[in-house]
Design a binder for this molecule. Structure first.
Ligand code: ATP
Length: 435
C-alpha cells in the first residue's frame, strides 16, 4: 500500500472534504491548499491539542498572537534579509524554476530535459508594500516564521507577567515562504501555519531543557496516535545547523515519500535577543532578582508545522480493511483529533417517526459533541462515509428504538455494536469521549 498511500490520502481528502486545491476552478495555484469542512475541524483539533499541552498544562508558558506584518528592521536583525535563501536553477528552455536540492546531479531540467542555469540564491520571503506608495521605503515582508513576533515582545512579557526563568511564549499562526516544491501535497506550501514555543532559559540549563523538550514534543505525537515506528528523532550534524543554532533535533515522520521533518527543536542561544537588542537599542537582558545579575537568556525553540502534523496524522490513520467481501476505508484518528465524534443515522429514512427521533437525538448530542445527522443513503453507505472521515461513534435509530427507547451504538475501530438506552446515551458517550 505504501507506494500509493499518498495518492489514496489525497483522494480521500478531496472526496470527503478535508483538503482541496486552492482556486481549483481556475486551474489551481501551486503549493497552496484549502481546508474543507472536515479539514478545518481536524486542523483546529490539532491546534487545540497543542495549545492545551503547551500553554494550559504548563505554569510557565504564556500564549501570544503577534501580527503577520512586522517592522522591516525585524527581518534585518533576525538575519532573514541577508541569509534566508534557497539555491534555485532555471531551465533555459521551458523557463521553469527548481530548487537545487531537489535536482539530480546531471544539469538537466526534470520536466523537459533542457539545460539549467547555475544555481542562484533566492530569498524565500514574500514582499509587499505598506501604504499607498510602492517604493523601497515602504517595503515590508509577510513573516516567514512566527518566532520573531515572540522575540520582539520579550520586554512586554517581562513588564506584564514578571516571570522567572525558565519561561516560555507559545504561538500558532500563519507563515509565508516563496517555496518551489516537487509536490507532496500539503507538506511544503507557500502559506502554512506554525506552532512555535520560545522557551527562555538560563544558559547553564539550556542543554538539559533542550533534551527535555525533544522528549516532550516527541511524546505529544505518540500520545495523539502516531505509531512509534513512523516517528524518529534526528539530531542535526554540525554542518546543517542554522547560523544561530548550537544544537537542533528534528522530529521526523515516515511519510510515503520518505522520512521528513515535522518539527525542529533548537537551542538558538542568545542570538535573537542580542540581535534585536543591538538593532533596536533596547536592553533585552533578563534581570535575575536573586543574584542581581543582568544577562541574555538562551532560547530553546520547539517549532512545528500545523499542516505537516495534520498530514502525518491523516497518513498514519489511513487504513483499508477487508470486511466480508467489502473494502472498508477508515481513518483511525485519535479521539481528540477526529473531526466528528458522533453520527446519528436513521435505519429507515422513509419512516417519519424514526427520522424525527433520530433528528431529536442528534440535536441533543450536538450540545455536547460534534455530531452530524445523515439520512442520505442506506445504512451501509452511511457507515462507510462516517468511517472515511473517522467518526468515532455511529448511533443508529431503528423501528425497535420506537418501542424500547434504545439505539445501537457502533464503535469505529472495532465495529462492535451495543444497544444503549436513549436516556443514558449522552452519559455513555461522555465517558468514552472524555476518558
Ligand atoms: P524544511 O527544511 O522542511 O524546509 P525548515 O527546517 O526550513 O523546514 P523551520 O524553519 O524549522 O523549517 O520551520 C519550522 C516548522 O515549520 C517545520 O518543522 C515545518 O513543520 C514547518 N514548515 C516550514 N516550512 C514549511 C512549508 N513551506 N510548508 C509547510 N510547513 C512548513
Amino acid at each position: 500500500m505504501a507506494e500509493n498511500l499518498m495518492e489514496k490520502v489525497v483522494s480521500l481528502c478531496k472526496r470527503r472534504g478535508f483538503i482541496f486545491q486552492s482556486s481549483e476552478i481556475y486551474g489551481g495555484l501551486s503549493n497552496t491548499w484549502d481546508y474543507g469542512p472536515y479539514g478545518v475541524e481536524l486542523k483546529n483539533n490539532v491546534k487545540r491539542a497543542w495549545w492545551k499541552s503547551v500553554v494550559y498544562e504548563h505554569n510557565d508558558i504564556f500564549g501570544m498572537d503577534a501580527s503577520i506584518l512586522m517592522h522591516p528592521q525585524v527581518w534585518e536583525a533576525s538575519g532573514h534579509v541577508q541569509s534566508f535563501f534557497d539555491l534555485k536553477s532555471d531551465c533555459k528552455s521551458c523557463k521553469k524554476r527548481f530548487k537545487a536540492a531537489d535536482l539530480k546531479k546531471e544539469n538537466k531540467c526534470p520536466e523537459c530535459g533542457g539545460q539549467l542555469t547555475q544555481a542562484r540564491p533566492f530569498n524565500l520571503m514574500f514582499k509587499t508594500h505598506k501604504g499607498p506608495i510602492e517604493d523601497e521605503e515602504n517595503l515590508i515582508y509577510l513573516r516567514p516564521e512566527t518566532a520573531q513576533g515572540m522575540f520582539v515582545n520579550f520586554l512586554n512579557i517581562l513588564d506584564s507577567k514578571h516571570p522567572k526563568l525558565p519561561f516560555g511564549l507559545a504561538q500558532i499562526g500563519k507563515a509565508f515562504r516563496n517555496e518551489i516544491t516537487p509536490g507532496n501535497f500539503t507538506f511544503r506550501t507557500c502559506e502554512f501555519e506554525q506552532m512555535e514555543i520560545e522557551y527562555f532559559v538560563h544558559p547553564k540549563e539550556a542543554a538539559k531543557l533542550l533534551a527535555e523538550w525533544i522528549e516532550s514534543r516527541f511524546n505529544w505525537y505518540i500520545n495523539l496516535g502516531i505509531s512509534k515506528e513512523n516517528l524518529r528523532k534526528r539530531p542535526h550534524t554540525q554542518d546543517e545547523l542554522a547560523h544561530y543554532a548550537l544544537a537542533c533535533t528534528d522530529i521526523e515522520y515516515n511519510f510515503p515519500f520518505g522520512w521528513s521533518e515535522l518539527e525542529g527543536i533548537a537551542n538558538r542561544t542568545d542570538f535573537d535577543l542580542k540581535q534585536h537588542a543591538q538593532a533596536s537599542g533596547k536592553d533585552l537582558r533578563f534581570f535575575d532578582d536573586s543574584t542581581k545579575v543582568r544577562f541574555y537568556p538562551y532560547i530553546i525553540e520547539p517549532s512545528g508545522g500545523v499542516d505537516r502534523s495534520v498530514l502525518a496524522f491523516l497518513v498514519d490513520a489511513y487504513f483499508e480493511e477487508k470486511v466480508k467481501d467489502d473494502l472498508r476505508i477508515v481513518l483511525k484518528l485519535h479521539k481528540d483529533l477526529a473531526p466528528v465524534k458522533v453520527a446519528v443515522l436513521p435505519l429507515l429514512r422513509n419512516r417519519p417517526e424514526i427520522v424525527e427521533l433520530a433528528k431529536k437525538i442528534a440535536q441533543e448530542l450536538k450540545k455536547d459533541f460534534i455530531t452530524v445527522y445523515d439520512d442520505t443513503g442506506s445504512i451501509g453507505k452511511l457507515y462507510r462515509r462516517q468511517d472515511e472521515v473517522g467518526t468515532l461513534y455511529c448511533v443508529t435509530v431503528d423501528v425497535q428504538s420506537l418501542e424500547d427507547k434504545q439505539v445501537t451504538v457502533r464503535q469505529r475501530d472495532t465495529m462492535q455494536q451495543e444497544r444503549i438506552s436513549i436516556d443514558k446515551l449522552k452519559e455513555y458517550l461522555k465517558e468514552k469521549l472524555n476518558s
